[in-house]
Design a protein around this ligand. Structure first.
Ligand code: PEP
Ligand code: MN
Length: 338
């Protein structure tokens, strides 16, 4: 951490800052220039609140030079993390993964036809919500464990891995036999108790970016899971809330290369929630792949318009098949496979 003092900072002010830094357990290295004094703090700075030093008299500004997320940082595993699944699928390797399914599991027929389509298209992951975080308490809340069992059966028949959202700690144990990957939704990205508990689980976690979360906040949330010893974390860009109203959310495509640079964790693009519009899903899926995403998460349904949740952003099965064909061409062009 670097503390730059103001040009007119007094010796007393500089000493007070050095003392405050030392009390925080870091070594302080002082450089006195012709105009300005610079203090370099070396040591365990990850947990320090930099504002505490910014407000001290005589301080001009404070910069971090190492990241506060030690386990999620790229330096922890420069080669990148590849998350492996029991069906042989991977996320983070050269092969781009397709994660697809309905927003909500609705009935057996629906999830079986979707599973077959995902398999036929070359996808390896079936994703559907059994516990749904809905804006309205009167909207469909999901079929719960019964729905999850249906999806698990459909996935196993087709050699697919199962991804589903967990909303609270009490659901983890009940879901464990039926999921291969726990999804943490945007609304729970900073549910720190849930994240800590998922740190104790030995199954992958797909962590979605909160609707108003910075990339650093997303990485700090992943750190909660990693610090529990669960290193199988996958991050997901699913759009953030901005002043733009043309799309449901603003899909932050730049977050993909930013994350790839900052962290070793695999990154998924979710163009369905990222745009909220069926006609925008394909272009943004292609953009996310071209930008370096390791996987794509797409909502699909045989009768998309009649989906009980997120109908407007859900692709019909033929649209999904066509999209995967186009993604395959892009994957090849950037030296990956699909
Ligand atoms: C979902 O994946 O269906 C979902 C609710 O996503 P998000 O948490 O990104 O809104
Ligand atoms: Mn959805």
């Amino acid at each position: 951490m670097i503390v730059a003092m103001q040009e007119n900072a007094t010796e007393e002010q500089i000493d007070a800052v050095i003392e405050a830094l030392s009390e925080s357990g870091v070594d302080v290295h002082r450089t006195t220039g012709a105009m300005q004094t610079i203090l370099a703090a070396v040591g365990p700075t990850a947990g320090l609140d930099i504002t505490k030093f910014e407000v001290l008299p005589g301080v001009l500004n404070v910069h971090r030079i190492s990241s506060p997320y030690k386990l999620a940082g790229r330096a922890f595993r420069p080669q990148g993390t590849v998350v492996e699944f029991p069906n042989g699928a991977t996320i983070g390797g050269p092969r781009v993964a397709i994660i697809a399914g309905p927003c909500s599991i609705e009935n057996r027929g629906q999830i079986v036809s979707i599973a077959r389509c995902v398999k036929a298209a070359g996808g390896c992951f079936l994703r559907g919500g059994a516990f749904k975080p809905r804006t309205s308490p009167y909207a469909f809340q999901g079929l719960g464990i019964e729905g999850l069992k249906m999806m698990h059966d459909a996935a196993r028949e087709n050699g697919l891995a199962v991804v589903s959202e967990v909303m609270e700690i009490s659901q983890i144990e009940a879901m464990l036999p039926y999921v291969d990957c726990f999804q943490v939704g945007a609304r729970n990205m900073q549910n720190f108790n849930l994240l800590r508990e998922l740190g104790q689980v030995r199954k992958p976690v797909l962590l979605k970016r909160g609707i108003a979360a910075t990339i650093e906040e997303l990485l700090m949330s992943s750190e909660y899971i990693l610090s529990g010893g669960n290193y199988q974390v996958i991050l997901c860009e699913r759009g953030i809330r901005t002043y733009e109203t043309s799309t449901r959310n603003t899909m932050d495509i730049a977050a993909v290369p930013v994350l790839k640079k900052l962290t070793h964790l695999p990154v998924v693009g979710d163009p369905s929630h990222g745009t909220g519009r069926r006609d925008m899903v394909a272009p943004m899926a292609k953009a996310a792949l071209a930008a370096g995403a390791d996987a794509l998460l797409v909502e699909i349904h045989p009768n998309a318009d009649k989906s009980v949740s997120d109908a407007a952003q859900t692709l019909y099965l033929d649209q999904f098949e066509k999209l995967v064909g186009e993604l395959r061409v892009i994957a090849q062009a950037i030296g990956r496979s699909l």
